[in-house]
Structure formats: C-alpha cells, structure tokens
Design a protein. Structure first.
Length: 202
C-alpha cells in the first residue's frame, strides 16, 4: 500500500469512527481523543487528515449527503413521471432517519443545537448544488426554462428538507410514505406554470 493509500485509509477510519460514536452517543461523544481511540490511531494522524473537529464533522456530513443523494438517484430512476419522482426524492430523508438514529442531529431531532443547524445547512447545500447542476434528475427530458428550473429546485429542496426535518422531530403524525406523498402532491402544481424557452405560461 502506498503512502497516499495509507493516508486515505486512515482518513476513512477516522470518519467511520466518528459515525460509530454518533450512532452510539451523539455529538457530545465527538472529541479528537475519543475519535482516535475508536479508530485505533494516534492523534497525530487525526491532524494529518483534519485541522479540527468541525472539519471532521463536515466530512461525516459530506458522506451522509452522498448517501442521501445516492438513495435519491436510485429511487428517482425508477419513477415514471414528475410527481412520482418528487415523491421518491422526498421519501429518502425519513427512511434514512429510521435507518441511522445516530444521525438524527442532522435530520432534526436535536434541532435546537447550533451544530445541528450547521449540519443541516451543510447537507442541504450539497443536495441543492447537485440538483442545480443536474436538472434532469427531477425533470429528465422535460423542456423547462433554466430560471424556472432553478426557482423550482430551490423551493423543492429547501421546503422538502425543512418538512422532513420537522417530520424527524415528530411534528407530523403520519407515516414517512404518507408525508412524501402529500408533499409531492402539494409541490407538483408548481411545475405546471413552467416556462419553455423563456416564454412563461399564461
């Protein structure tokens, strides 16, 4: 194994250790000492990969966002129309919340914590950037004016994430499936007024 490979392996071990600690005890467990102990690495290797705890948590949130995005892409690929694609995308966060209770500070159950808000903003920006760079994820080959597409995506991502965070806090007495269906049905009319080639529909 080369030096670069060993360095990358140590970084992955630190990220995995951080996630394990989050799963078992939450944010209070995340210290440089605890993470290195969990990863079975000395602290000098921590600073080889991350300048501080915040950057380490950012790496964990990046990995979580990548997992979220991967799940969205898998589900959306199976959907046949815009409403079902919206529903598929909106169903992912509640499902991940159920599968990874240790990451609930990201999804909203510790929403009053300042780090929780920063984590959600971090994840939200990464997800929005993906959609803005790839309109076809939701719109596929539909002819949509780029400005309309960006406006709609910002509303869908910001509103959808806010509602799913609220769901993860227990604020809606409905199933994850019903929540996704209701949100998709409410958002779908937004797309009916899309412009084509800059010409707004009346």
């Amino acid at each position: 194994m080369s030096a670069d490979q060993r360095r990358a392996d140590r970084r992955m071990r630190l990220l995995a250790a951080t996630r394990e600690l989050l799963e078992s005890g939450g944010l209070a467990q995340i210290t440089v000492t605890a993470v290195c102990r969990q990863a079975q690495l000395s602290e000098r290797y921590f600073y080889e990969s991350f300048p501080d705890r915040d950057k380490l948590l950012g790496g964990v949130y990046d990995a979580f966002a990548d997992e979220y995005i991967g799940a969205v892409l898998t589900k959306v690929a199976l959907a046949t129309d815009l409403t079902s694609r919206l529903r598929a995308a909106l169903s992912v966060a509640p499902e991940l919340d159920a599968a990874h209770p240790g990451l609930r500070h990201v999804l909203g159950r510790e929403a009053d914590d300042g780090e929780a808000a920063r984590a959600r903003a971090h994840v939200g920006r990464k997800i929005l950037d993906l959609y803005l760079a790839n309109h076809s994820i939701l719109f596929q080959d539909q002819a949509v004016d780029p400005v309309d597409a960006e406006l709609a995506l910002r509303i869908i991502v910001a509103g959808g994430l806010d509602l799913t965070f609220a769901y993860c806090q227990g604020k809606f007495d409905v199933s994850a499936d019903e929540l996704a269906t209701r949100m998709a049905n409410l958002l779908e009319p937004l797309t009916r007024s899309f412009s084509v080639d800059g010409q707004a529909k009346p």
